[in-house]
Design a protein around this ligand. Structure first.
Ligand SMILES: NC(=O)c1ccc[n+]([C@@H]2O[C@H](COP(=O)([O-])OP(=O)(O)OC[C@H]3O[C@@H](n4cnc5c(N)ncnc54)[C@H](O)[C@@H]3O)[C@@H](O)[C@H]2O)c1
Length: 376
């Protein structure tokens, strides 16, 4: 198959869909890989490194999109990208469609097949292609919070771990999945006082074991959220209901009861955010304050450490990408986990949570793929 890698064009996004190491695997498996010139700039990798890995360097995104049958990216397509897609093309990337009706309409109208990294599953019920970026974002969330806590940034002027004899920061993590666990790990490492809330009791039990009592766990409910958020110095938003918009756990009214200069880092912003007052921000202008509470809501946090993130992402996407490249849409029929990643096919929404969130009709993915394969 002809596989294409365009340079990412979203603001402040420096990751790349395929690293040279991954390109080598695709080429070794018999595929042709077209890489847009400069696609690896953000990870300090030049065109020559891609050439050595077996890629053909092409002059622009238009050529990648027109010649490749499968496009491998990182961030959701921007308008000029979805306008380049057409029926028969496979797009393999993060999409986050639930809070993004405009992009969804663009993909529907393009007629392409869009497979979202964030809804591909694994046998343990996890999200293997979201996990590596969630690991990165969870760890970065505490760095971002520490920065915002500083007085000259509008924060409470508090050192995350305190010092002997002085209270450390109280860090509250909403959602104890991958982001939440890695945020908790970093916060504990710095010496903060950490509480994790989750709706899943089995998950809370696992966290209790994992952190051997160094993290408090609480069941996530209206009362416990209020109690914890009101006394927090830092709140990390890390909830996820796969494919759906994030539940709004912290309302506008609740901010008034929070400490002035407290920091919220809404990592779940890519699914709409779990604070009512969250709106997406960028690395160039990452924070804003409402009622004296600093909000950090960067939607592509791992993009700030593209070297780590691109390699971590490629490690996870490689087996799925190789299966798609060698079998095309049949790979989606053969693997129920990859099938869960299928969000859009020829103008139809094939993921139930995405369809429900956007109020659009849902098409069974197996039926949609079989129809597509019959059409040839
Ligand atoms: N901003 C970024 O750059 C960035 C990067 C990576 C991931 N993310 C996002 O972070 C979010 C979390 O991702 P993850 O990989 O940790 O997901 P995950 O599935 O591993 O964890 C989510 C957790 O939220 C819990 N949860 C669901 N509803 C809850 C509720 N009402 N109260 C408390 N907990 C609840 C679940 O039980 C689960 O443990 C996702 O929206 C993901 O897209 C953002």
């Amino acid at each position: 198959m002809q596989v294409g890698v365009p340079k990412e064009i979203k603001s402040q996004e420096y990751r790349v869909g395929l690293t040279p190491g991954a390109v080598r695997e695709y080429v070794h498996a018999g595929n042709t890989v077209l890489v847009e010139t400069g696609a690896g700039d953000g990870i300090n990798t030049d065109d020559d490194a891609y050439r050595k890995a077996g890629a053909e360097i092409v002059k622009d995104a238009a050529e990648v999109f027109s010649r490749a049958q499968m496009i491998v990216k990182v961030k959701e397509p921007q308008k000029e990208e979805w306008e380049r897609l057409s029926p028969g093309k496979i797009l393999f990337t993060y999409l986050h469609l639930a809070p993004d009706p405009r992009q969804t309409r663009g993909l529907i109208e393009s007629g392409c097949t869009a497979i979202a990294y964030e809804t591909v599953t694994d046998a343990r019920g996890g999200l293997p292609l979201l996990a590596p970026m969630s690991e990165v974002a969870g760890r970065l969330a505490i760095e971002a919070a520490g920065q915002s806590l500083k007085r000259f940034n509008g924060g409470r002027g508090l050192l995350m771990g305190g010092v002997p004899g002085v209270q450390a920061a109280r860090v509250v993590v909403l959602g104890g999945g991958v982001v939440g666990t890695h945020a908790a790990r970093m916060a504990v490492g710095l010496g903060a006082e950490v509480t994790v809330l989750d709706r899943s009791l089995p998950r809370l039990r696992e966290l209790d074991e994992l952190f051997e009592g160094r993290v408090r766990t609480r069941f996530s409910a209206l009362q416990s959220i209020e109690e914890e958020v009101f006394s927090a110095d830092v709140v990390i938003g890390a909830v996820l209901v796969p494919g759906a918009s994030a539940p709004k756990l912290v309302t506008r009214g609740m901010l008034k009861h929070m400490k002035r200069g407290a920091v919220v880092v809404d990592v779940a912003i890519d699914q709409g955010g779990c604070f009512e007052t969250s709106r997406p921000t960028t690395h160039a202008d990452p924070v804003y304050a409402i009622d004296g509470v600093i909000h950090y809501c960067v939607a592509n946090m791992p993009g700030s450490v593209p070297l780590t993130s691109s390699h971590a992402l490629n490690n996870a996407t490689l087996p799925f990408g190789l299966a798609l490249a060698s079998k095309g849409l049949r790979a989606v029929l053969d693997d129920p986990h990859l099938r869960n990643g299928l969000n859009v096919l020829r103008g139809q929404i094939t993921h139930p949570a995405v369809a429900a969130s956007l109020g659009l009709p849902f098409k069974d993915p197996v039926a949609a793929v079989e129809e597509e394969l019959r059409k040839g």
